[in-house]
Design a protein. Structure first.
Length: 75
């Protein structure tokens, strides 16, 4: 869906069998060059009726959703 509206796909991670059970079953990650790029991504999704339609359906399929935003720390 993201690719169809001109956004990067991001990466999907699945739970490793050797985990301790506290990790999520699936995680999705997308990296942005800066806050402007992230805001443009949010705006493109908000403007897409197709994206919102998929989002409504996806909400029926998961038990918990968490959004976390990180920045790379300078060393």
């Amino acid at each position: 869906m993201r690719l169809s509206i001109g956004l990067p796909a991001g990466e999907i991670f699945v739970k490793h069998p050797g985990g301790d059970g506290s990790e999520p079953d699936v995680a999705w990650q997308c990296t942005f060059a800066d806050v402007v790029a992230r805001d443009a991504d949010l705006a493109a999704r908000a403007a897409s009726t197709e994206f919102e339609s998929v989002r409504v359906q996806m909400r029926k399929l998961y038990a918990r959703f968490e959004r976390q935003v990180f920045a790379i720390a300078s060393l």
